[in-house]
Ligand binder design. Structure first.
Ligand SMILES: Nc1ncnc2c1ncn2[C@@H]1O[C@H](COP(=O)(O)OP(=O)(O)OP(=O)(O)O)[C@@H](O)[C@H]1O
Ligand SMILES: [Mg+2]
Length: 335
């Protein structure tokens, strides 16, 4: 079910980075809305700009980045117009939580889980704590209680005792559960998850996805879920936004897009899924470099339906905001 009110909107976002090899145009007019209470998948091949997008929403764009256009609206407030200090103090890790990709690299091996999680909560605080709350025994106890609560929610056995253990005493799947608990601890409205299951084996991946889906409902958080896997989309996402080489090419409900992809890239990406094909198939060619990218539609050099107008100008994302939209000069607006 999709609620109608957006909580996070990325509008027309373009970002480039100065590198030794030239200017890399990483995000090109990216556009999507995350509605309250929904899980929105951001799907695309490696290198299409998913992590850059997530980091920019968190207020951590690459060094030397330049925002060429656009807004990131969180509850209607443009985060790009806020001083970095405010994003760090009010938004990142607090109103917007983050689940990283790799549970093996995301902990310091020399401190207990409890020490690391308490330290993070000390920075972010809890939403019902007034700014400048003293870090005293009472606050610490309150934070510890909250950590036990979220560790229980992610099904870590004996959460009290878990806080006294070190990262290496947990399996990869358990560590990913702990990272999820960490992202939820400060009661965020939105959680950004950057491929949170790719480092795990398939069975553990399924369990974590199921858990994330349940938690999103239970804690009433909206989730932006980055993945390159349509199998994952089918399992967890309400809606999907497909990216190619830094451009948003198609958005719609997960059902619509899986049933009837409209953009040639989405169609071909889905055909690559092992469940859809006996032979190992891929999309011929490779994602173009963000330095000197093709003009117009960036998929044009790999697209079997390409016409001259595709490279003349970037096709706009046609269709109603928050509804089914497609950016393709040949296929046109969705019916
Ligand atoms: N700091 C940077 N400087 C220069 N180029 C960068 C920088 N960060 C990312 N890029 C380039 O931007 C493009 C997008 O990278 P990004 O990591 O966002 O992709 P991704 O979709 O998350 O890929 P993956 O699925 O492999 O995680 C890539 O071509 C990458 O090389
Ligand atoms: Mg990435």
């Amino acid at each position: 079910m999709t609620a109608a009110e957006p909580i996070l909107e990325v509008r027309d976002l373009s970002l480039s980075v100065r590198t030794d090899a030239g200017v890399a145009h990483i995000l090109d007019h990216v556009d999507f809305s995350l509605m309250k209470g929904e899980v929105l998948g951001i799907v695309g091949e490696s290198g299409c700009g998913k992590s850059t997008l997530i980091r920019t929403v968190l207020g951590l764009p690459p060094r030397n980045a330049r925002i060429g256009s656009g807004e990131i609206l969180f509850r209607g407030e443009n985060l790009l117009a806020l001083p970095a200090r405010q994003v760090a103090a009010r938004i990142r890790g607090r109103a917007i939580g983050f689940i990283p990709q790799d549970p093996f690299l995301s902990f310091n091996p020399t401190f207990t889980i409890g020490k690391q999680m308490l330290e993070i909560l000390r920075w972010s605080g809890l939403p019902d704590e007034p700014e400048g709350t003293k870090w005293d025994r009472q606050t610490r106890d309150r934070h510890r209680t909250r950590l036990v609560e979220v560790l229980r929610a992610v099904q870590i056995p004996d959460p009290e005792e878990a806080l006294t253990r070190y990262p290496h005493e947990f399996s990869g799947g358990q560590r990913q559960r702990i990272l999820i608990a960490g992202a939820l601890a400060a009661r965020p409205d939105v959680v950004l998850a950057d491929e949170p299951t790719t480092a795990l084996d398939v069975t553990t991946q399924m369990q974590i996805l199921k858990l994330l889906e349940e938690l999103a409902r239970q804690f009433d958080v909206a989730m932006l879920f980055v993945t390159h896997d349509f199998g994952v989309v089918a399992q967890i996402c309400d809606r999907v936004s497909v990216m190619y080489a830094g451009q948003t090419v198609e958005t719609g409900t997960a059902l619509e897009i899986i049933d009837a992809p409209k953009h040639p890239y989405t169609e071909m990406l889905m055909a690559c899924h092992p469940e859809r094909s006996d032979a190992l198939v891929g999309i011929p060619g490779q994602v173009s470099s963000p330095i000197d990218p093709p003009s117009g539609c960036r998929f044009a050099p790999r697209c079997p339906f390409v016409e001259s107008r595709c490279t003349a100008s970037r096709p706009p994302l046609a269709g109603p905001a928050g509804g089914r939209r497609i950016a393709c000069a040949v296929r046109g607006a969705p019916a």
